[in-house]
Ligand binder design. Sequence first.
Ligand code: ZN
Length: 464
Amino acid sequence: MRFLIKGARIVGPGESFVGDCLVDGETISAVGTDLSNFRDSVDKVFNARGKWLLPGAVDVHVHLEMPFMGTVSQDDYESGTECAVAGGTTSLIDFCLPAQDQTLTDALAVWDEKAANKAYCDYSYHMAITHWDESVKEEVKQIHAHGITSFKVFTAYKGALMIPDDAIFDLMQTVRKLGGLVTAHAVNGDVLNIKAAQFASEGKLTTHYHPLCQPPVAEGESTGRILELGQLADQPAYIVHMTCREAVEELSRARLKGWKSYGETCPQYLLLDDSVYDLPNFEGAKYVLSPPIRKKHDQDALWGALANGIVQTVGTDHVTFNFHGQKDLGKEDFRKIPNGLNGLEERLSLLYTYGVAKGKITENRWVEVCCTNPAKLFGLYPKKGVIAPGSDADLVIFDPQKNSTISAQTHHSKCDSNVYEGFALSGGPSHVFVRGHLSFEDGEFKGVRGRGKFLRRTAAGGPI
Ligand SMILES: [Zn+2]
């Protein structure tokens, strides 16, 4: 189909202007202040006067159908990508997580199987490195050649996902030669394990103790260490889900020195505080994730870092477990609560409502951290993350006056609860196009299952 979007406020990473966008099939063919001369040659005109036009958002931190702590997360490639599209996200990057005894290639086959013919929007994977030897090192090259150009390490979850510093450094040197990004879940895992065991031995097993096992200093320490290893390997390093002032300080310090250091935060760390862990009736379990929700002053530090360029992206770490039947596995012991919460559908509108509309970030910075920077850092730009001729027609008509309230009753996730239950939104997508295909219109989901394709990514990794 050939169509014209007319009269929208086109919001890009650098500027905003009122104009039109012409789409031919799956690609943007023209953008300008007035493309009325194409009016007669198109199949349809969308009048977007009073609304905004954004590049489809890119969420680079998502887990779909993830096996974890003896159970599997609720949202799979079908419901997860439905959440994404309904919320204005048109590309996502999941994490392929090999088991300790599994090759990267075998793990990739498992993830391809999960994704096959289900997705409503485009997707890719980061490859997690959960063990390290010469054969894994060889496989990294093959995985990279397959278009998976970012690798993830964990400094926590000893015995399951954590690898030691020598392995991280060797991986960084390996990726340095290929081009790409090494990302890290950065919290000192040894500290975490000892503190958790100590609380347990004292019978302190309620959700109140979950955040106390991984204090901000343990996150700051690990963040600094990863960025230093990156600098020593001359390899760009990216810290996922930063939660606190201590982590922001480390990233700021590294960037001031000119290191290729990048960071991501998530809506839950910007909008929630640790009082959630003291909610009655085990409600705190809904918010159990790692790293945990922090204090109000950490929210201020993160908003500041987002506004002034210290933190580059907002992801979600969307991984959902039902309150009934999954989270309650840890009713007697917080260590057994499956970690994770939602955000894939809510991210763009939450950041608009509580960031742009509240004057914490500009509309252009909002687009930058939700759409453009993720695409640039992870090798999807300029195919994704920008409204420009030749780019994929992943587009969101965003209504900055659309009032709604978040609820598990109306969300697209399969999860039985929503950590933003009752949160008011003052704007949201009215139309979402996935490569030119109208997939969401005025609250009605119109996506086509299986339309989403695997994205082979180039080796990016900044600088931004
Ligand atoms: Zn994650």
